[in-house]
Design a protein around this ligand. Structure first.
Ligand code: SAM
Length: 359
């Protein structure tokens, strides 16, 4: 057997420190499955606002097997997601933690990220092949929880920021939307962004486009359920040839980098924008320089890019596969080549950058 390192020569302090970090990561990776299971089974919701509960009472509330619930609670205590009182044998999910784990309407709800894990881990074999061959793994090749998880992951940020902060940061756009504007939301997925805008601006008309049939079907269902079908339509269409013309606003929410041909998408935007129309490009706030990714958000984006965004774009056989941290310069250059030469950073959050892009 070949030894890779000469253990004798190693700085043991450095080994220990690094081992500690990787051990934390491996614990988090193991625990992620329990987080996803807990969300699916309604365990966090049952704990939320309930005060101190024993495993028996939690099992009773959720209709689950007590032995399993107790084991699941041990994971939660070990990760400090749930507090434990040894005297009474009871468990508590603090309200502040419930805002992250139990309440889909909270701006800090994080469960979407965990919902994505099952389908992503399931593509490991396909990814191993793809890394060898250079082929892609298409967006449509994942399990249904991927699309549900992506939509749930982005929704809290959009709910908190889109209407309140991002649209007002685009010159003159809110005034047009209030009067009555025509909007295309490209790569809309489940259409949460489209529906948030439609809810806020009843005089405007919104068209959501995506090339993924189950997502468009989910978006249509949601529009019907929310009574917004009078002003929103969802149609199957690729970013490079979606129908319509004279749009006052064309939006791309966390999808431009997923396209196999983002340049063609910008060219289609240039063709279909009204004379004084604007594009809103929402992209991950992650830089092209890997050194800038050394933080939890950068690491999450880079990790998703390597197993989802980049393989998805490569599967489209286009000229570009940007990955989700291509950086502003690459996007700005593609837009300019398509005739969209006015580029401005309109807003920024920890996770997203919002660009105002025009002719
Ligand atoms: C990360 S998801 C974002 C979805 C949605 N905009 C959101 O923010 O929740 C990327 C979306 O881009 C769509 N997509 C990828 N390539 C596309 C293409 N060439 N044309 C249209 N949609 C595409 C996918 O189907 C997916 O819904």
């Amino acid at each position: 057997m070949t030894t890779v390192v000469d253990v004798e020569k190693l700085d043991q302090g450095r080994v220990e420190e690094f081992l500690g970090r990787v051990a934390v990561d491996s614990a988090a990776a193991f625990a992620g499955l329990s987080t996803s299971i807990g969300a699916r089974l309604g365990l966090y919701k049952a704990l939320a606002g309930a005060g101190w509960l024993t495993s028996e009472r939690l099992a009773g509330r959720t209709g689950l097997n007590e032995r399993y619930v107790r084991e699941w609670l041990a994971v939660q205590v070990a990760g400090e997601y749930v507090l434990y009182d040894a005297e009474t044998g009871a468990y508590l999910l603090p309200d502040e933690y419930a805002a992250v784990l139990a309440d889909p309407d909270s701006p800090t709800y994080m469960i979407g990220a965990f919902t994505m894990l099952k389908p992503l881990y399931a593509t490991e074999d396909a990814l191993v092949d793809a890394y060898r061959t250079g082929e892609g793994v298409g967006w449509e090749e994942h399990g249904p929880e991927l699309y549900e998880g992506v939509a749930a992951f982005f929704l809290p940020g959009y709910s908190a920021m889109l209407v309140q902060e991002w649209l007002p940061a685009l010159d003159g756009v809110v005034e047009k939307l209030e009067r009555g504007a025509s909007v295309a939301d490209v790569g809309c997925g489940f259409g949460h962004s489209t529906l948030l805008m439609a809810q806020a601006f009843p005089n405007s008309r919104f068209r959501g486009f995506d090339f993924h049939t189950p997502s468009i079907e989910a978006a249509r269902r949601e529009a019907r359920e929310r009574g917004l079908s009078d002003r929103v339509t969802f149609d199957l269409a690729a970013a490079q040839d979606f129908p319509g013309e004279g749009y006052d606003l064309i939006t791309y929410f966390d999808c431009l980098h997923d396209l196999g041909d983002p340049g063609a998408a910008f060219r289609q935007a240039e063709r279909t924008l009204a004379e004084d129309g604007a594009c809103m490009v929402v992209e991950p706030n992650a830089p092209a320089d890997p050194a800038g990714l050394i933080n939890p958000i950068g690491r999450s984006f880079a990790s998703a890019s390597a197993v989802l965004c980049l393989p998805g774009a490569i599967a489209q056989n286009g000229p570009q596969a940007l990955g989700n941290h291509a950086g502003e310069e690459a996007l700005r250059t593609l837009a300019a080549e398509a005739g969209l030469r006015t580029w401005k950073t309109a807003a920024e959050t920890l996770t997203n950058r919002i660009y105002d892009v025009r002719r």
